[in-house]
Ligand binder design. Structure first.
Ligand code: NAD
Ligand code: MG
Length: 394
């Protein structure tokens, strides 16, 4: 029987990787519903055409007619809708697996709604875990829903961990490419332009995560993500810069053994792993050629040049609502940087100020998704007001 899939964030970078795996194995999968933001209705119609999806939805309520005409132009006569109710209808379609690949906190509600007994969720949207990790994981546990880590480092760690118990794990190491600024001076990094920050050495990804990779905030968010996925505390989570991106994660066990997860740096590989479970799909995706690398390098992350990474570790250590505040302020800061309103060096500064200013709001972790979104909203409001004050002064 084929696996019935709902794909959230179908037109994005991860969404496209998942679509690629699906269309290479049509006998294994049936796509029930696809969702995107709405600025990309033609791309969504193309996904519908390639996958044979039965229902398509866009989050933007104003894009319903545009989606219908894009579907008609593609010669498709499937149901579609726009706005929150349509996204909910997509999530509610009967399915075995929901792929959560919407970018940013915008994906939180839909990802959380996907929790339903009898399903699995392949999770790429790390912001769900950073913003509302405790509430989300508790919901999943209570419903008996398995969360399959789709983010490449977490997927590697998960495979390396096997059936180990959390107490057997001495440390989890996430690797980072180091991004485009790996060898840049602090001054040069602070003055980097969006074009420079958008040039990731190994992956082609959405704009938000690419900027986060350049600041290393992405790795910081992934450390928090790992904490929630694997139940491993801050003291056992580490980051190593590994420019070749052959090793994605290492699990050190308390007996001294270390198991590493390796693969060619291609999101279709973790996607194929999640989609193939409980077995393995036979793919023709790029294979890792270690001899072609010749050598693999590992270096400590430099938190002086990449302060965002230190901020994320501090937020995880502080716990409670601090990661929610960190994530929200970071989304505002990245948006402002992409809009050329602030410099690259200001991203971490704004996040740090938000975490400090709202520290009294971070006492306990949000107990529910609405609570997480309320704190997220407050932190965004604070960060926006701070930016407005600064530009008024400038
Ligand atoms: P992207 O910007 O390429 O794609 C985002 C997708 O989300 C698009 O389909 C877009 O239409 C959709 N979307 C945006 N706003 C929406 C909304 N309000 N409602 C519904 N859909 C909406 O992003 P991406 O790089 O594919 O990343 C997606 C998620 O996966 C992020 O959380 C990212 O951190 C994570 N991730 C990405 C990669 C990667 O290689 N790109 C790897 C690991 C994890
Ligand atoms: Mg990753």
């Amino acid at each position: 029987m084929s696996t019935r899939i709902v794909l959230l964030g179908a037109t994005g970078s991860v969404g496209s990787a998942v679509v690629d795996v699906i269309v290479r194995h049509p006998e294994h999968f049936r796509v029930e519903a696809i969702v995107s933001g709405g600025s990309d209705v033609r791309a969504l119609a193309a996904v519908a055409q390639r996958t044979g999806a039965r229902f398509a939805a866009v989050a933007d309520p104003a894009r319903g007619a545009a989606l219908k005409s894009a579907l008609a132009d593609a010669g498709l006569n499937i149901e579609s809708g726009a706005g929150e109710s349509a996204v909910n209808a997509a999530v509610d379609h009967d399915s075995d697996l929901v792929v959560a690949a919407i970018a940013g906190t915008a994906g939180l509600r839909a990802t959380h709604r996907a929790i339903r007994p009898g399903r699995r969720i392949a999770l790429a949207n790390k912001e769900t875990l950073v913003c509302a990790g405790e509430a989300f994981m508790r919901g999943a546990r209570e419903a008996g829903v398995d969360i399959l880590p789709l983010d490449s480092e977490h997927n590697a760690l998960w495979q390396a961990m096997g059936a180990a118990r959390p107490e057997d794990v001495e440390e989890l190491v996430l690797t980072a490419s180091g991004g485009p600024f790996l060898s840049w001076t602090a001054e040069a990094i602070a003055a980097a332009t969006p074009e420079q920050a958008l040039k990731h050495p190994n992956y082609s990804m959405g704009a938000k995560i690419t900027i986060d990779s350049a600041s290393m905030m992405n790795k910081g968010l992934e450390v928090i993500e790992a904490h929630h996925l694997f139940g491993i505390d801050r003291a056992r989570l580490r980051v190593l810069v590994h420019p070749q991106q052959a090793v994605h994660g290492l699990v050190g066990f308390r007996d001294g053994s270390v198991v590493a997860g390796l693969a060619a740096p291609d999101m279709r590989i973790p996607a194929a792993h999640c989609l193939g479970l409980p077995g393995r799909l036979h793919t023709t995706l790029p294979r890792l050629d270690l001899a072609a690398f010749g050598r693999l390098d590992f270096i400590h992350a430099d938190t002086a040049r990449f302060p965002a990474l230190a901020l994320a570790f501090e937020a995880l250590e502080a716990g409670g609502g601090m990661p929610t505040i960190l994530n929200a302020a970071n989304e505002i800061a990245v948006g402002a940087f992409l809009a050329r309103r602030i410099g690259f060096g200001r991203i971490a500064g704004l996040v740090s100020e938000a975490c400090e200013a709202l520290s009294d709001r971070a006492g306990k972790a949000p107990a529910s998704i609405p609570e997480a979104l309320a704190l997220d909203d407050e932190a965004r409001g604070w960060a926006r007001a701070r930016l407005a004050r600064c530009s008024a002064v400038a």
